[in-house]
Design a protein around this ligand. Structure first.
Ligand SMILES: C[S@@+](CC[C@H](N)C(=O)[O-])C[C@H]1O[C@@H](n2cnc3c(N)ncnc32)[C@H](O)[C@@H]1O
Length: 351
């Protein structure tokens, strides 16, 4: 009898612990969101709030950031980065060493990217035993687990749910391949009028190379967009669904932070600014009317003609500039840049 009671107590205790953990996670996420929005509105930073655009918060019209983003990619035939990168995988497979026993994917992304890139690389690695998915989103890690266990069975799968730039990490295995695809390297901070954040990029690369080290070595494969055809770039990012992705963040701010005053999520527009000298397209929001509001203790005054705020930066980095940064980071290039004719994407393997 007392054993049964004890079992019940333990069960309840586990339930409470999970509920407490969830509440804590929610609180931390809310605080991180608030911090990113405040620093955006205070113009202390730009491009750093981009990951909140792809959330699952339901907006008044029933849409979500992640849903809109998938729709945008599916509907804009000019959006080239994903297709162009997948087309390069064939070249990558031919060039990669076949000795890797471990793969670490920094940013596992979606089912499509896992099938079109990750699984294709895994299939051509005869010695691969284990795979680490490393992502800030547990939802993405769960998807990765499902997709990989079904399509490339036989690997030991591990999840690391954390920020890959700050978490100290040492994978098991002798030869480790770190893969960092989807041009995630280009999620860098920069405001309108700033300069190419070389230090941030080199620091990030170094961190990921360190996180890709096995007992006998390892390397990091990463992709970037080296497109210099600004006409093609403009077409890729200009689409009504993309406007909704960017402006959608204002609905989430309205919902979660409840600004006091005349903050109106419908009165913001998506503005794009090309800074070709610094190899970046800034995707910004700008008020369509003057808005005065408070979030907690912070008061904001936005005028219609104010400089736009950068939600995300899309860097288009020429190969020679990227090679210069790899050198600045003190990294070694494993092979020549991997590229193909009429394909603006480039991959580099570094150690
Ligand atoms: C642009 S997507 C690329 C996904 C995929 N690798 C591809 O090739 O399409 C970026 C992914 O990295 C994750 N991510 C972005 N920044 C991160 C960070 N600092 N730490 C951990 N995960 C991050 C996101 O959740 C997302 O899954």
């Amino acid at each position: 009898m007392s054993i049964d009671l004890l079992k019940q107590d333990l069960k309840q205790h586990r339930k409470n612990k999970t509920a407490l953990g969830d509440a804590l996670k929610h609180k931390q996420e809310h605080a991180a969101f608030k911090k990113d929005v405040l620093t955006l509105f205070l113009r202390l930073n730009g491009g750093h709030a981009q990951h909140w655009m792809y959330g699952t918060n339901k907006r008044p019209d029933g849409t979500t950031g992640s849903g809109l983003y998938s729709d945008f990619i599916a509907n804009n035939r000019h959006y080239y980065p994903i297709k162009a990168e997948s087309a390069l995988i064939h070249e990558v497979i031919n060039k990669l060493s076949k000795e890797y026993d471990t793969m670490v994917e920094f940013g596992v992304g979606t089912r499509n990217s896992l099938l079109n890139k990750t699984a294709r690389i895994i299939r051509t690695q005869p010695n691969l035993k284990r795979f680490y998915g490393f992502d800030i989103s547990q939802e993405n890690l769960d998807t990765a687990r499902q997709v990989l266990s079904k399509h490339v069975p036989g690997l030991t799968l591990h999840d690391v749910c954390a920020n890959f730039y700050t978490k100290r990490f040492r994978p098991q295995g002798k030869h480790v391949l770190g893969s960092f695809l989807g041009t995630t390297i280009s999620n860098l901070n920069m405001m309108v009028g700033g300069t190419l954040p070389r230090n941030e990029l080199t620091k990030n690369l170094k961190k990921l190379v360190t996180n890709s080290k096995g007992t006998s070595g390892g390397s990091l494969l990463f992709s970037f967009d080296a497109n210099d055809d600004w006409n093609q770039i403009d077409k890729a990012y200009s689409h009504p669904l993309h406007d909704k992705v960017i402006i959608g963040l204002m609905h989430d701010i309205h919902d979660k932070l409840k600004p006091e005053g005349n903050f109106n999520p419908l009165m913001w527009q998506h503005v794009q600014i090309n800074d070709k000298k610094n190899h970046v397209k800034h995707l910004c929001i700008a008020p369509k009317q003057d808005q005065f509001f408070k979030i907690g203790r912070y008061e904001f005054e936005f005028r219609k003609d104010d400089t736009p705020l950068v939600i995300t930066n899309c860097f288009k980095i020429p190969v020679d500039v990227m090679l210069g940064m790899v050198e600045e980071a003190g990294l070694k290039r494993i092979s020549a840049p991997i590229s193909a004719d009429d394909n603006p994407m480039v991959m580099l393997e570094v150690a």
